[in-house]
Design a protein around this ligand. Structure first.
Ligand SMILES: NC(=O)c1ccc[n+]([C@@H]2O[C@H](COP(=O)([O-])OP(=O)(O)OC[C@H]3O[C@@H](n4cnc5c(N)ncnc54)[C@H](O)[C@@H]3O)[C@@H](O)[C@H]2O)c1
Length: 445
């Protein structure tokens, strides 16, 4: 099939490349010339494992191209996939201006029947709005469909080629047939539904996952007070098939380009219909507060943070990505700087992006993990990169000036800590001093 994908961000680029890998002819369009120039040179503007190799092979096979010319690409395609951003507006609503602009440009370029698919996460009713906008600019026939995306950054290529399910929301049999054909090699779990339900499935799924995270974080906070271990609690809960073990990892809370904005957007969607989504509001509040436990723990250990040097490991909102959108690291570092702390930060991939997206002054961006920890008064691990898991805790203890390690992602084990002199605070697990568990009750947060 001949496809155009509009937007070469994490979703558009990965989807376009994977559809090419499946044998389709794909044109990826973006309005940012610099991105398209990079892609045409075989370079990738984002960090996503396995992506570069697939780009190179599919470009060489003549199935994949990149352009800024939306008009020409729409004209030569049968299916147009909109994958532009839908960031939060200051009031929490989704900003639909990129979607509306893309719809206008598609409308102007229409020259024959096409299927217009929205992959971006959009509020209920947006696909119908897309239909209206396109109709204002063309009399050519077309159908619309909502095919929301569920990939996870860091494993985006794998997820796209191995999806748990594909949701197709459409009111057209013709569109349904072609979209089922397009996706049928990926999974047998293709769910065809109405457009509004498809739009809602995406928000409901993200809201539910965010709820699981905030739930286990609250359990972790209680575990700290009563002397239980949240990792054991989560493991025990996870055996119950009604609960499941995924997304029960306690930590400093979720961030990224999806959960924070999609939970806010769903609260707004409900509010517009005079429905107060109390549960989701609490999920958001719990998540916002959870990250500051790192700061509270540091204050418990060090007292006044003014003049203290704090090493930060991890700036990306999760491992295996360079995406720093809504990363908890922003607010944690801001809170530490407000208290007068000096920050030495290291991330294996995301430091440049973090620097670009922040206006922090006086952070020292370090070339490796050792440099960030060197002679620090405490070290905080904020992103669970594999690289950090492999570092010996004996080395960490030697690098630090004071032996304080705050693990915001629970990556180190009791065994690893056993022979070190570190004072170790994680999330919802017993604190350790020199390899020995502190007696409960632990920190009063
Ligand atoms: N990132 C994720 O993990 C993820 C997962 C599932 C769903 N989503 C959803 O997918 C959508 C895209 O997310 P993303 O992270 O890929 O966004 P992104 O910001 O990384 O990329 C969007 C791209 O669209 C381009 N663009 C905007 N308007 C355009 C236009 N008129 N013509 C051509 N290009 C245009 C931008 O230049 C940008 O490169 C969002 O709605 C998001 O909520 C994201």
């Amino acid at each position: 099939m001949k496809l155009t994908v509009i937007g070469t961000g994490y979703v558009g680029l990965v989807s376009g490349v994977c559809f090419a890998e499946l044998g389709n002819e794909v044109i990826c369009v973006d309005k940012i010339e610099q991105k398209i120039e990079l892609l045409n040179r075989g370079e990738v503007p984002i960090y996503e494992p396995e992506l570069q190799q697939l780009i190179v092979t599919n470009q060489a096979a003549g199935r994949l191209s990149f352009t800024t010319d939306l008009n020409e690409s729409v004209k030569s395609s049968d299916i147009i996939i909109i994958a532009v951003g839908t960031p939060s507006l200051p009031n929490g609503h989704a900003n639909l201006s990129y979607i509306e602009q893309a719809a206008k440009e598609i409308g102007r370029a229409m020259n024959s029947y096409k299927i217009i698919v929205t992959k971006s996460t959009v509020p209920v009713g947006t696909n119908e709005k897309v239909r209206e906008i396109i109709s204002e600019y063309t009399n050519e026939p077309f159908d619309i469909a909502s095919v929301p995306e569920f990939l996870r950054e860091g494993t985006a290529v794998y997820d796209t080629l191995n999806p748990d399910r594909i949701i197709i929301g459409t009111d057209s049999e013709r569109a349904e047939r072609q979209l089922v054909e397009l996706h049928k090699t990926l999974t047998s779990d293709i769910i065809v539904t109405d457009i509004r339900s498809a739009e809602m499935i995406k928000y409901a799924s993200n809201a539910f996952l965010a709820t699981k995270i905030s739930f286990i974080n609250e359990i972790a906070n209680i575990c700290e007070k009563v002397g239980a271990d949240v990792t054991k609690v989560a493991s025990g809960m996870g055996y119950d098939r009604r609960i499941g073990s995924s997304f029960l990892k306690a930590g400093i809370g979720y961030g990224g380009s999806c959960f924070p904005k999609d939970t806010q957007a769903l609260i707004q969607i409900a509010g517009q219909m005079d429905y107060d989504f109390k549960l989701l509001k609490s999920v958001v509040e719990v998540n916002r507060d959870q990250r500051f436990n790192v700061v509270r723990k540091l204050e418990t250990l060090l007292g006044n943070l003014s003049g203290a040097t704090i090493g930060i490991w991890g700036l990306a909102f999760k491992p295996e990505t360079d995406d720093v959108r809504d990363s908890p690291a922003f607010e944690i570092i801001a809170a530490l700087q407000e208290r007068g702390a000096r920050i030495r930060a290291y991330d294996p991939i995301a430091s440049d992006n973090f620097r670009k997206h922040s206006d922090f002054k006086q952070i020292v961006y370090c070339k490796d993990a050792k440099e960030a920890a060197w002679q620090a008064d405490a070290l905080c691990l904020l992103t669970e990169w594999k690289e950090f898991e492999r570092i010996s805790l004996t080395d960490i203890a030697q690098w630090l000036k004071s032996p304080y390690l705050i693990d915001g992602r629970n990556i180190y084990t009791e065994e690893q800590l056993a022979n070190t002199q570190l004072v170790y605070y994680s999330v919802g697990r017993p604190n350790m001093r020199g390899g020995i568990k502190e007696k409960a009750p632990s920190l009063a947060l």
